[in-house]
Design a protein around this ligand. Structure first.
Ligand code: SAM
Length: 239
């Protein structure tokens, strides 16, 4: 129960219930990360406490934005080793979670995590974000699209906003300084049907980690021509 208190305190701060069953799932997940990381590149972070703080607690901090407690359908774009999607799912099993990543090895890892943790109502997709959002089963079907460490906010908005229902939210987990990135992305966000809703500063207790949740509300449908094709989005970012 070495890290139980650490995670319990953090969940309490976000008004989340934290059980022994959830803790056991996190420990199994941590052990899977460490063993698979020897075969495929999942993360540069390999120390137990660092995994708990920098991946698990960092992901759970999205609940600082209250809407996560009532959202039903969430997609995590460029989820990699499952962040923030898997920790969100562990602490709120009522959520229907979709984890999307373009790297098949990581998707195979996620499928193994889902099996070993016996998670239900969770689906993985191997593919590019810009391809799946043209599929009517995924376009504008989610209460929230999340993403951490995938691209700058302008590019990310084009990848994520098409998945979000009108009145839903796109939540980007960003580093300590976001002001320039946010002001550069403002026009693109508007073009894609969004409006900046809030920026929530988050600190991880007992560490020097600071990040920002950039929250964008979807206020109208994303025009059909977005997202553009892979490559074009980053080569010619929306102005
Ligand atoms: N979100 C995870 C995290 O915070 O640890 C992973 C971050 S990793 C730096 C970026 C991930 O995004 C990679 O796993 C990569 O395969 C995925 N990715 C990048 N561009 C993508 C795209 N257009 N569609 C889907 N996945 C993408």
């Amino acid at each position: 129960m070495e890290y139980f208190e650490l995670m319990l305190n953090d969940c309490n701060k976000e008004q989340l219930v934290f059980t022994e069953d959830m803790y056991n799932k996190f420990i199994t997940y941590k052990d899977l990360i460490k063993s698979w990381n020897e075969k495929i590149n999942l993360t540069a972070i390999t120390d137990d406490e660092e995994i708990i703080k920098k991946h698990f607690i960092d992901s759970i901090k999205v609940f600082r934005f209250d809407y996560f407690k009532e959202a039903k359908d969430i997609i995590d774009i460029g989820t990699g080793g499952g962040f923030p999607g898997i920790p969100i799912k562990i602490v709120n099993e009522n959520i229907n979670m979709v984890l999307l990543d373009s790297l098949n090895k990581r998707v195979n890892f996620l499928n193994e995590v889902i099996k070993q943790l016996r998670l239900s109502n969770i689906q993985t997709i191997h593919g590019r974000a810009e391809d799946f959002s043209q599929d009517k089963n995924y376009r504008e079907k989610f209460d929230i699209a999340t993403s951490r460490a995938v691209a700058n906010l302008t590019v990310l908005s084009e990848l994520c906003l098409p998945y979000v229902k009108v009145n839903g939210y796109f939540v980007a987990l960003k580093g300590p300084s976001v002001d320039i990135e946010v002001s550069e992305a403002k026009n693109a966000i508007g073009t894609l049907g969004g409006r900046l809703h809030d920026i929530i500063k988050v600190e991880i207790e007992n560490s020097d980690l600071k990040h920002n949740l950039v929250i964008v509300k979807k206020i109208k449908e994303t025009p059909k021509q977005f997202p553009r094709k892979a490559g074009i989005i980053s080569k010619r970012p929306l102005k």
